[in-house]
Design a protein around this ligand. Sequence first.
Ligand SMILES: Nc1ncnc2c1ncn2[C@@H]1O[C@H](COP(=O)(O)OP(=O)(O)O)[C@@H](O)[C@H]1O
Ligand SMILES: [Mg+2]
Length: 461
Amino acid sequence: MMTVFSPAGSIRRRLVVILLVVAAVLAGLLFVSVRTVANTAVETTQDAILGAATVAIAEELRGGEDGLTIDIPYAAFSMLGATGQDRVFYRILVGAETVTGYADLPLPDAPLSGLKPTFFSQQYDGDVVRTGAVSRSVLVDGRSQIVTVLVAQTRTAQDAISRQMANQAATLGLGFFAFAAILSIFTARSVLTPLNRLAEAMGRRGPQDLRPVDRAVPTELAPLMQALNGFIARLRGALTRTETFITEAAHHVRTPLATVRVQAEIAMRQTDDDALRATLRNIIRAVDDSARSAGQLLDHATVVYRADQRADELVALGPLVLDVVDSFSPTADMRDIALRVDAPDEVIALQFDRLLIESALRNLIDNAVKYSYADSIVDVQLSTDGTFAKLQVLDRGRGIGDGNSVQLVARFKRGENVGDVVGSGLGLTIVRDVTRAIGGSFDIKERQGGGTCAILLLPLA
Ligand SMILES: Nc1ncnc2c1ncn2[C@@H]1O[C@H](COP(=O)(O)OP(=O)(O)O)[C@@H](O)[C@H]1O
Ligand SMILES: [Mg+2]
């Protein structure tokens, strides 16, 4: 079977094919045995009639002083004639001499056993004939003579009955096969039901549902269930470790960096040495850079982790945008950049992880502010078309240049326009990953009249 069925083939097809092959073999056997039994029965019946006729003739033989008297009982022939339009031949011999009948009707090869008929088939007069033969000894002229009686009959009627029987056997075989075929389809379906149920139950699970599968399954599926549950448990463990790692890493990276920064600031305040102050300023800048990169890296890890694990909740986009924009106003104020929000009054709600949307939005506004010139305006516009929420972040900054957007989205990729603006190259990656997870789209391009325009399309709840 290994080579007949591909490992990826359907179990149902495999089962049905095997069952059909078995059914076909059984139907064939049924056909052959019904035919054999029927033929034997027909032949036995025919032989019995033939034998009776032969014996009836033999018993009418009378010996005597003046020879042998043969009085053929016509009842014997009518008995044979009753079975069809078969031709009947006979031959009676005294010793080796034919006294009446067809002298060329063949004799049996084996010696005869008295009045118990011997039957044999052979070719005669262009037909196969079945012959019954008996012998008895009769006193003729005072001498005991062996008289042999042969009665032969063509087999037209018997063959016709056999053919009819064969047809019936074939119908029976076909019927059996059809019935088995229907049964095999039902069997295959019923065998696969538990498997399908299990697949359905697994498919219905939400992305966060990492409980072990606890269902009654057939014994054969138990190892699969065990493996599945083992796998789920390992996955749960790995996810928990990832989550722990992300939170711990955030803590263990940020805290020491903050300490270094504070110490450097204190040192800077305490010294008048210009060279030392410059060095300390470089240290502070490097620490800021590291803290920022670490933060972005962990943010991205969080996004990747939560995109699989996402907690679905209803998120009202308007208030979220206002919150995030608010958090940027100190930074923007320092450079005299105005942050304007344009959102409709209607509630625009998404079904997603709030933290992820916030993370994407924060990165876009961060870029807009970072890469804007002082004393300019950053616009955040929210709108909806009924199926998507459209969120645009527009600035009048240095712009990203034409055709760069695809490369800039890559991990750790920063543009040539960055100058001395700090960054890690992960912001747009985060934005893209979040929009992918929610099933939306993200585009960033040159804005008409200068600056950059970032557009998020997010499916509504
Ligand atoms: N609003 C923008 N104006 C100009 N350039 C931008 C803007 N947003 C993104 N970019 C370009 O895209 C690059 C990738 O952005 P991002 O992934 O956020 O990295 P980062 O901001 O850390 O440099 C930036 O380095 C910058 O060159
Ligand atoms: Mg950025």
